[in-house]
Design a protein. Structure first.
Length: 472
């Protein structure tokens, strides 16, 4: 087997030109990180650029590696050593398996440290990751951990009503124990606390911003809409999906005998993203929240915590990903309520629903990016290119969105003038309202952002359209 054959089969590996036995931390920290993550390979006798240099005595090197792993890594991870030739050079391959008895520590000079992979480096595990590794090693999860809260002190009206609506079944008292929301004494687990009507898990919020343009700016000057949601998981799901829907549009194109609706984003894909974000996010890290950032051309949803089984999603085939659940209690309940069709298929569903949108091409395929600390999904606005190219496209507003928009006197006069003359100019508006043109320009921008009016065609030959009639 060749070096290139090994590398083609793995995503995590390090090269070492020789064995550093006097300073073994340089490579033993990678052994710790691989065992705490998805496993990996260390190649000895290979330069950083992948050039095979070879080892003088591969067998002796292998014995020293085994000795140092046994003496410095605790608990002992599962590993395998292979010697192979790359042309005339002897190469040693150390394969470290993903471990179950996490965390795996590197111990030396009275210091004990657990490492994880961050990109192509091995770094000390932050406290919240270390706590998660400890739970994993005990075959426990954070959402199943007990809190100091008693179920009798809280209500669960929304969860029980949603369960009945989506399953047709009544949520019984015994279900709280069998589903893992309380113990037999009525003490809430983290999962149970996250589903109470009252807001008692403070790092479960969702921050939402609709930015003006293609990048972030000042929340005070560049945000069209800005919301912070708190509450139980079902409230967060509903509010988050509504925010995205309220800040996007359903455009439509007239054909000869029918109309084709062209939503910016697929509703089902948005719901699937938010379900995944709420279920699989890391709740153990205090001071974190899910962020929804909407731009003219895309929406980005970022949740705390990378892939639970380690690695980066951008290096994986989403069709081959197996289900690894950070919060299995929450995941099981959402599955029962039919928010999830099938465990492990959420990312495929997001892509499939987006592909159904009229006008979809490969360039609009959703993006998935993860690191050791977060997971991001990017949905692209399928109408963005159309709007920029000034193609003839009518614009409609989602049902229930922006209904009853409040306007100031200047904005209302502009709308009234457009209704009477859709070809009116900004100069004519300024004269009619009795203000300067720059005031009209600012008001026009606000009306467009609220989805009240739209402009079709060129500045010279185009016309205005009033999109909402229910104005206050």
């Amino acid at each position: 087997m060749k070096l290139s054959d090994y590398i083609a089969e793995v995503t995590e590996y390090d090269f070492k030109v020789s064995l550093e036995s006097k300073k073994p931390k340089s490579w033993l920290k990678s052994v710790s990180a691989f065992a705490n993550g998805i496993g990996g390979y260390l190649f000895f006798g290979v330069d950083n650029d992948g050039t095979a240099k070879g080892l003088d005595d591969a067998q002796k090197t292998a014995e020293k590696i085994s000795e140092l792993i046994v003496g410095r890594i605790s608990p002992l991870p599962e590993f395998k050593l292979d010697v192979f030739k790359e042309e005339t050079a002897d190469i040693l391959c150390l394969k470290v398996e993903s471990g179950r008895n996490t965390p795996y520590y590197y111990k030396a000079d009275g210091i004990t440290t657990a490492y994880i992979r961050a990109g192509n480096e091995s770094v000390p595990a932050p406290e919240h990751v270390l706590n998660e590794l400890i739970l994993k090693g005990k075959n426990k999860t954070f959402d199943s951990s007990l809190t100091a809260f008693k179920k009798s002190d809280y209500s669960f009206t929304l969860m029980e009503a949603t369960y009945l609506q989506r399953t047709g079944l009544k949520f019984e008292a015994k279900d709280y124990v069998s589903f893992g929301l309380t113990d037999k004494n009525g003490t809430l687990t983290i999962a149970g606390a996250l589903l109470a009507d009252q807001y008692i898990v403070y790092n479960s919020r969702v921050f939402c911003t609709r930015w003006n343009g293609l990048k972030k700016g000042s929340i005070f000057d560049d945000a069209i809409d800005d919301k912070e949601f708190e509450g139980n998981l079902i409230q967060l799901l509903n509010n988050s999906c509504d925010f995205i829907k309220n800040n996007s549009r359903v455009r439509f194109k007239k054909e000869e005998r029918f109309r084709v609706d062209k939503p910016d984003y697929a509703d089902r894909a948005v719901t699937e993203i938010m379900v995944n974000a709420l279920i699989h996010r890391q709740y153990i890290h205090q001071g974190t929240e899910i962020h929804i950032d909407m731009f003219d051309d895309r929406v980005e949803i970022t949740s705390p915590g990378g892939m639970f089984d380690g690695g980066n999603i951008q290096n994986k085939n989403i069709d081959e990903i197996t289900s690894a659940r950070r919060n299995p209690v929450i995941a099981d309940l959402f599955h029962r309520m039919r928010y999830m069709e099938r465990r492990g298929s959420g990312l495929q569903k997001i892509v499939a629903e987006t592909e159904k949108l009229p006008g979809y091409t490969e360039k609009f395929k959703p993006l998935f990016v993860s690191s050791d600390s977060n997971f991001k999904v990017v949905l692209k606005n399928i109408n963005y290119d159309i709007l920029n190219n000034d193609e003839e496209l009518n614009v409609g507003v989602n049902v229930g969105v922006n209904v009853g928009v409040k306007l100031n006197k200047t904005q209302q006069k502009i709308v009234d003038m457009i209704k009477s003359n859709k070809y009116c100019t900004m100069e004519e508006m300024a004269s009619f309202v009795g203000v300067e043109k720059r005031t009209i320009e600012r008001s026009i921008k606000t009306l467009k952002n609220k989805g009240v009016i739209d402009r079709s065609g060129s500045d010279k030959n185009g016309h205005w359209t009033v999109l909402i009639e229910d104005l206050k």
